[in-house]
Design a protein around this ligand. Structure first.
Ligand code: PLP
Length: 378
């Protein structure tokens, strides 16, 4: 029987319990596992494989439609694992407007290892094609992008990538597997910061790489086991508990985000609202074609930098904090927080200025979020 997404979040595709039949899958807090014979039980050492982590990886595979998933200790560990697929002289075409930590990874680690990266607007297919070189090995995207909410056409990029023998890697953090499944659209690898919507409670750090084929999944699993950044059992349990409510949280967050975005567009001190759920957003149609919703991430611009900075001090209910996707609404100042490590020239080109704020809408009552933003904008 085919299960719907809401059901998969709670029960996965089949009942998966240990021999105690506990509804909350146990935390197997063990570094090593005794062998009963030479074949073993499939579990030997937790860096390689742990039952609690495997349980969560299976749930993520069913939600993303992946052949297999590896769970990591952070979203950045997941991104780093993907980059271990490449060798010196390889080249990657990448969304120019993406999480600043990934830009820092490229500058601090990837380039040092001889892998070069070109940053382009991946919502522009022709621009991506122009950047493909003989040594290009992958296209790496975030859609919607961070923080400018540009939408890239996943299926078209997959076709382009495959026609040149490249991998398409999609960071699906902003929409979560509940709203978007890049593998079904042709992507080879899907990355998540599990810290965000998937775990959902701002209480743990986690990451995932979901692979479209068993071969790619095995390569990532080998990197995970070898480099040793697998998700710890307790964190895997916390994330799994969070996933159970992914559907209801995401529905409420998106509902709130629509209300907040609409309200922001009417505000006299707000000069621009970037939300892919607004029909006037350039990415609205493409997002609607490839995703089941617009999510809960909104960027907006105030009329002055002073107002943006004052807002961060005046908010009460919404918290001035980095991160996104949790039940609590968070307001971020990309210039000095998430995107501080993006080179200044690129930041200016992208429009990450001192008037730009990014809001992750939580599950509080929409009216309360709006009241708080209203008083902070005065
Ligand atoms: C889109 C995106 N990808 C990856 C990451 C990295 O994830 P983590 O903070 O879990 O390492 C983040 C973190 O903010 C993110 O926003």
């Amino acid at each position: 029987m085919v299960r719907r997404r809401e059901t998969l979040c709670i029960h996965s595709d089949q009942p998966h319990r240990d021999e105690t039949n506990a509804l909350s899958f146990p935390i197997y807090q063990s570094a090593t596992f005794g062998h009963t014979d030479l074949g073993g039980t499939g579990f030997a050492y937790s860096r390689e494989k742990n039952p609690t982590r495997s349980h969560l990886e299976h749930i993520m595979s069913t939600l993303e439609g992946a052949a297999s998933t590896s769970a990591f200790s952070s979203g950045m560990a997941a991104v780093s694992a993907c980059f271990e697929l490449f060798a010196p002289s390889d080249h990657i075409v990448c969304t120019e407007d993406l999480y600043g930590g990934v830009t820092r990874l490229f500058e601090v680690v990837t380039q040092k290892n001889g892998v070069t990266v070109s940053f382009v607007d991946t919502s522009d297919l022709a621009a991506v094609e122009q950047e493909i070189r003989p040594h290009t090995r992958a296209i790496y995207i975030e859609t919607p992008s961070n923080p400018m909410m540009k939408v890239s056409d996943i299926a078209a990029l997959a076709r382009l990538a495959h026609s040149h023998g490249l991998l398409l890697i999609v960071d699906n953090t902003f929409l979560s597997p509940y709203l978007q499944n890049p593998i079904a659209l042709g992507a080879d690898l899907v990355i998540h910061s599990g810290t965000k919507f998937i775990a959902g409670h701002n209480d743990t750090i986690a990451g995932f790489v979901c692979a479209g084929t068993p071969e790619l999944g095995d390569r990532i699993a080998l990197i995970a086991k070898t480099t040793g950044a697998g998700l710890a059992p307790f964190d895997a349990w916390l994330v799994e508990r969070g996933v159970k409510t992914l559907a209801v949280r995401m529905n409420q967050q998106e509902h709130n985000a629509h209300a907040v975005a609409q309200w922001l567009t009417q505000h006299p001190h707000v000069t621009e609202v970037l939300y892919v759920g607004l029909p006037e957003n350039p990415g609205f149609r493409q997002n609607a074609r490839q995703a089941r919703g617009a999510g809960a991430m909104i960027s907006f611009r105030t009329d002055t930098p002073q107002r943006a900075q004052r807002m961060l001090k005046k908010i009460h209910l919404v918290t001035f904090a980095e991160s996104l996707g949790g039940v609590e609404s968070l307001l971020t100042y990309p210039l000095t927080q998430t995107h501080a490590d993006v080179p200044e020239l690129l930041r200016k080109k992208l429009g990450i200025t001192n008037t730009l704020l990014r809001l992750s809408v939580g599950i509080e009552a929409a009216d309360d979020i709006i009241s708080d933003l209203a008083q902070a904008l005065e």
